[in-house]
Design a protein around this ligand. Structure first.
Ligand SMILES: C[S@@+](CC[C@H](N)C(=O)[O-])C[C@H]1O[C@@H](n2cnc3c(N)ncnc32)[C@H](O)[C@@H]1O
Length: 212
């Protein structure tokens, strides 16, 4: 039997711009989404016809590039608002987006803690929210992020699979694992959401906002 790829991560190979973005991320010591996670984000952005997307945790712009490409899939682009606490990461992400040919107006990079910035964004004003910042704050991102979605919009949380070998001290790992479990349970029970846990990368928990 033949198969399209050996693993979910080599089905859609990275192009040169994505490879350069991954190299910048590695150089800065910033973990980036797996190719399969990126492909799922791009797919979701295209499917919901996303024009306004919020990303928590810009990093070097790897996930942002997938999101922008998904938004561009409809032909008329949109604006990616991406939040991070590290100016150096924002500089790297700007390089990534420029190299990919996206004009400066297609991104709005906001420096700050996600929990401080989220309340300033427009309620119901976004098609998609991607969560990939501080794991211990995922519960706050969930509560604030769902408020930002228009009906039919999608929120997606990266890294939700349990990872006992995650870097960091024991207390921090435990706090992260607790936060991730709490969000996974809350999303599953939330009557405003239609969830699916996608087995890509380190686990992508996606949920569409229902019209309730
Ligand atoms: C896993 S990396 C993001 C990788 C990026 N999404 C990608 O795939 O290319 C996590 C990012 O969250 C940022 N971060 C950590 N704590 C944060 C916070 N409280 N608010 C906003 N960003 C934060 C880090 O600086 C880092 O860039």
């Amino acid at each position: 039997m033949t198969s399209a790829a050996e693993t979910v991560d080599d089905y859609l190979p990275d192009d040169d711009v994505m490879l350069a973005a991954r190299a910048r991320a590695a150089e800065l010591g910033c973990p980036a989404v797996a190719p399969s996670t990126g492909a799922a984000l791009r797919f979701l952005a295209t499917t919901v016809g996303a024009k306004a997307v919020v990303e928590l945790g810009t990093g070097a712009g790897v996930s942002g590039l997938y999101l922008l490409r998904g938004m561009a899939g409809r032909g008329d682009g949109g604006v990616l608002t991406s939040i991070d606490i590290e100016p150096e990461f924002h500089r790297a992400a700007r390089t990534t987006f420029r190299e990919a040919g996206f004009p400066p107006g297609s991104t709005r990079l906001i420096l700050g803690r996600a929990v401080d910035v989220l309340p300033r964004l427009t309620t119901g004003g976004y098609d998609m929210v991607f969560v990939d910042a501080a794991k211990v704050e995922y519960v706050h991102y969930y509560e604030q992020g769902v408020q930002l979605l228009r009906p039919g919009g999608v929120i997606a949380f990266n890294d939700v699979f349990s990872q006992p070998n995650r870097p960091g001290d024991r207390a921090r790992r435990d706090a992260e694992a607790t936060a991730l479990r709490e969000v996974a349970r809350a999303v599953a029970l939330d009557e405003r959401l239609m969830p699916a846990l996608l087995p890509v990368g380190s686990g992508l928990l996606a949920a569409a906002r229902l019209a309730v």
